[in-house]
Design a protein around this ligand. Sequence first.
Ligand SMILES: [Fe+2]
Length: 223
Amino acid sequence: MRITASEAYQLLLKDVVCSVEDWNRPENRWVKHCVYVGEAAGRIAECLGVDSDFAKALGYVHDIGRKVSHPRHVIEGYSYLMKLGLDEMAGSCLTHSFIDNDIHLTAGGPLRTDTEAFVAPYLNSHPATIYDNIVQLCDLFCLETGFTTIEKRMLDISLRKGVYDNSKDHFEHVLKLKKRIEDEMGCSLYSLFPEIPENDRNQIKDNRQKLMLLLEKPPVKTK
Ligand SMILES: [Fe+2]
């Protein structure tokens, strides 16, 4: 079963954002990020000619597990939606951090053992759909403050969380996914998001080079 984007938005806010003050609580920044991912996913889906309301709904709920736990949000989100009977949407909580549903193509360091044990069998038995791919991409250029570029976001992530054995592979596959979606849309990804700050656009090449330099270095940690 699935719900509409409007229902997914309400579900995202439920028990977390009940007032204007709640929107501004630092611990609820992830909710704003989900709103932007939903908006971005809807826009891309519309351009691709697929179900934009469904894509939007998936974007809204992809991190919903953070209502329960940040470190376990992938699994908690899946369980939360499954308990509501939203089996068609729950997978998005598991797949959004893994490009093309490949467990090795992820950012931010080694997975927790329990997460890997839960996620790996699911990813191995669910080839990525266009909706999985859309949310995976949107997760990489949507902040809690709005849209940015993938290059800026991934440079930030690498500087903050470190570089791992799979980081270069991950970035290269992100760029391949972006190109694939752009080819299918017939336009550049960033042209759909005029809200991306001018400064971020001007630094795309620079940030890409900085990131590649960083990724060429030996990993500081192994994955
Ligand atoms: Fe996210």
